[in-house]
Design a protein around this ligand. Structure first.
Ligand code: BDP
Length: 717
């Protein structure tokens, strides 16, 4: 019987490849599943052979990807030919690697060294598609784009696509420790299997690089911002070199985090003072050593004088002193320093939201040309919703790099379905009013300080050793959306979601609409059930798993949720208006006025900027603030229930295994949304002493129950 069942399963698996193959998410958006009927007929004759004339490892990677994609989608091999011998050739190359490309005289001038052009052309009377670029990386990006056209069922017989990235550095930040623990990681262990490096290269490194290249990511910081100086020792650099070698064909450079006190810890010096010549000499020698091992090393990412990390302030030097010293060591090799502006200090009584601006803004113009200041999207810390960081637009002479968090530390870990594209779009589209109305955060990022200056975006990775890479199927969308927005910060979150869905789940229009609907509303839902109306940082201590709005006993004031919500018998919210911390003054005057006024502040930031009485009337609804909070908590929970219902209806529309995983995760999300709602209402009600509005249920348990929940082993901590 068992044997018989096994053979039946085998027969089914062969007969119904699309249905029976258990997908587990490993293939990401590069699934290359067979193309059906009419589309197959259209594509098949258009892609018959591959013409590659020379080129290096990156062109070889592009060719291999085209072969893989065509085999998967069209079912045929892509023979390589040296010339266009029949209709349907795909010609790839740069004018330097390919005489055929050179002879076409294509308009590549405006595409830089990473852009590409894809055109349907006629060569010697034969129909062909050319993927051309100034550099090999562009060819690789173009190859992925052609494959995407087929994945999205776009016509490929009259192509004329020109595209180039708007930012130069599109970087993933891995918060990975050398013992493979990932700080704030919810997708297993670090991908970097250090113990087996450099001699064993896990094939996943190549698949990781392919996925990154497919969305234009061109740099990865391998190590945690809470840095370990060990990584800079020769034995580790050999391992880094091996990873760099695996990534190089895909146009990806490696970077490392530099622990500021490394000269003391591994260099035997007594100080790490950036103005001490011996310290500068140590870093210079270290940089020279790194570049001997990894000639295209990208540079350093530094977290200094933040949350206990060492830095120049320890020696009464500025962040510019520290960054410039490292920049001077890297400059001869073309490396850059990404210096984080995420700084705040327990000793500093100033509103935490103000501290980064206070410290960095006066340093505008004082950094070397190869320094970028890397700024989180908001002024606190990757909260479900924050207004954009006031440093954007306020340092016009300093290259500014956006830092988004892809891993969902504060947004429900891997088990909550939260599409971050909309959240990032909101930040990128925010008007800074600097230098004038209409200059968005995206514009600030894209506008290089001068022609040679770097521009960039960083994303804290959500990638680990889990089969599905990101801990959940839907968190892959956040990796994807991050890459697409780093390529083009003006790219629309919904369009990005839709293309991801079609490549990852299904091309069926009704299915795409249903999943897009879930994703597009998902961020608002999590904001509602965790931190509505501009509340922030109410998560439990340390691991940040679940609610902890009552916490007020931690050593550092700004680690306590109570510091952020300031709820008392009279009301709730953090007064950052002129009469409060005056954080609004760090924005352009128009915004200071808007955010600072209770009448004009956007409702989603109401309690971020204002402390208001519980019976304050909320403009949009006319409800009291207390009632509105309760309504929003419930709205968030209801939105998760609606996602569950939508997903249930898709049961027959997507493959079983992934469908079940998402179903289960939504059930976890539902429970946890309820937990957030109940615990938050129980706590705030203990402060506000108000009855719940009619039709809204009391939390089932007393406050003490929620306070006693102990999740000390939550992941990522
Ligand atoms: C916080 C994280 C912490 C990071 C820190 C940072 O909780 O793990 O080290 O950000 O960005 O959100 O440096």
């Amino acid at each position: 019987m068992v044997k018989w069942l096994v053979s039946l399963a085998l027969v089914l698996a062969i007969a119904l490849p699309g249905v029976a193959r258990a997908e587990d998410g490993y293939d990401l958006w590069l699934r290359y599943r067979p193309v059906e009927g009419e589309w197959h007929k259209a594509y098949d004759p258009a892609v018959t052979a591959l013409v590659v004339q020379g080129g290096g490892a990156t062109i070889a990677a592009a060719a291999a990807e085209l072969e893989r994609g065509v085999k998967g989608m069209l079912g045929h091999r892509l023979p390589r030919t040296g010339s266009v011998a029949a209709d349907g050739a795909v010609v790839i190359g740069t004018p330097a690697t390919s005489p055929i490309v050179a002879a076409l005289g294509l308009p590549l001038a405006g595409l830089g060294d990473e852009g590409y052009l894809i055109r349907s052309v006629t060569i010697d009377g034969r129909r062909a598609t050319v993927i051309a670029a100034n550099g090999e990386k562009g060819v690789l990006y173009g190859a992925f784009r052609l494959l995407k056209a087929m994945q999205l069922r776009e016509r490929i017989d009259a192509l004329d696509i020109a595209d180039a990235p708007k930012l130069k550095l599109r970087v993933l930040n891995h918060w990975d420790n050398l013992d493979r623990h990932v700080e704030r990681g919810y997708a297993g262990q670090s991908l970097w299997d250090w113990q087996k490096l450099p001699l064993h290269l896990d094939p996943r490194y190549t698949d990781y690089a392919r996925a990154n290249a497919s969305i234009g990511i061109n740099g990865v910081v391998l190590t945690n911002v809470n840095a370990n100086a060990e990584i800079l020792k020769p034995i580790w650099l050999e391992k880094v070199k091996a990873l760099a070698g695996a990534f190089r064909p895909y146009g990806i450079r490696v970077y490392l985090t530099a622990r500021f006190s490394a000269p003391i810890e591994i260099g035997g010096l007594k100080t790490a003072d950036p103005l001490d010549p011996a310290v500068a000499a140590w870093w210079k020698a270290k940089a020279d050593e790194i570049y001997r091992v990894i000639p295209d090393f990208g540079g350093f990412l530094v977290k200094a004088n933040s949350e206990g990390q060492p830095g120049p302030n320890d020696y009464h030097r500025t962040h510019a002193d520290g960054a410039n010293m490292l920049a001077d060591a890297l400059a001869p090799h073309g490396g850059i320093v990404m210096w984080r502006a995420f700084v705040y200090a327990a000793e500093n009584p100033e509103d935490r939201a103000k501290q980064a601006y206070t410290e960095f803004q006066p340093l505008d113009g004082r950094f070397r040309d190869n320094v970028m200041v890397q700024v989180k999207n908001g002024a606190i810390d990757f909260q479900p919703r924050e207004p954009f960081h006031p440093l954007f637009g306020a340092m016009p002479r300093t290259p500014m790099m956006m830092e988004f968090q892809i891993t969902k530390e504060y947004l429900g870990f891997a088990t909550h379905l939260v599409y971050l594209g909309t959240m990032w779009e909101e930040a990128l589209a925010a008007d800074t009013f600097r230098p004038a109305r209409g200059t968005t955060v995206a514009d600030v990022l894209e506008t290089a300080v001068d022609a040679a200056a770097p521009t960039g975006m960083a994303g804290v990775a959500n990638i680990g050793s889990d089969r599905n890479w990101s801990g959940s199927q839907f968190d892959q969308a956040n990796w994807y959306a991050y890459g697409r927005l780093a390529w083009n910060p003006q790219g629309g979150a919904e369009a990005i979601a839709r293309e991801w869905i079609r490549m990852t789940w299904s091309g069926d229009p009704a299915t795409v609409d249903a999943i897009a609907g879930m994703m597009m509303g998902s961020h608002e839902a999590v904001v509602d059930y965790m931190t509505p109306l501009g509340l922030a940082h109410l998560m439990a201590t340390g691991h940040h798993y679940g609610p902890g709005p009552w916490v007020s006993d931690l050593a550092r004031p700004e680690w306590n949720p109570a510091y952020y919500h300031k709820a008392d018998a009279a009301g709730i919210g953090f007064d950052r208006s002129r009469t409060g911390s005056n954080a609004v003054a760090q924005y352009a005057p128009e915004l200071a006025d808007r955010f600072g006024s209770v009448k004009k502040v956007p409702e989603e930031f109401l309690l971020w900027f204002h402390h208001l009485p519980w019976d304050f009337r909320v403009r949009s609804s006319g409800r009291t603030l207390w009632d509105e909070l309760v309504v929003r908590y419930d709205r968030g929970v209801a939105a998760v229930a609606a996602m569950q219902a939508r997903w249930a209806a898709l049961e027959s529309r997507v493959d079983r295994r992934r469908w079940e995983e998402v179903r289960d995760f939504l059930a976890i999300q539902r429970e946890e949304a309820q937990w957030w709602r109940d615990a938050s209402i129980a706590y705030f009600q203990s402060v506000s002493k108000r009855p719940l509005p009619e039709g809204h249920a009391a939390p089932p348990m007393p406050l003490d129950h929620y306070k006693a929940i102990d999740n000390r082993y939550a992941p990522g901590n």
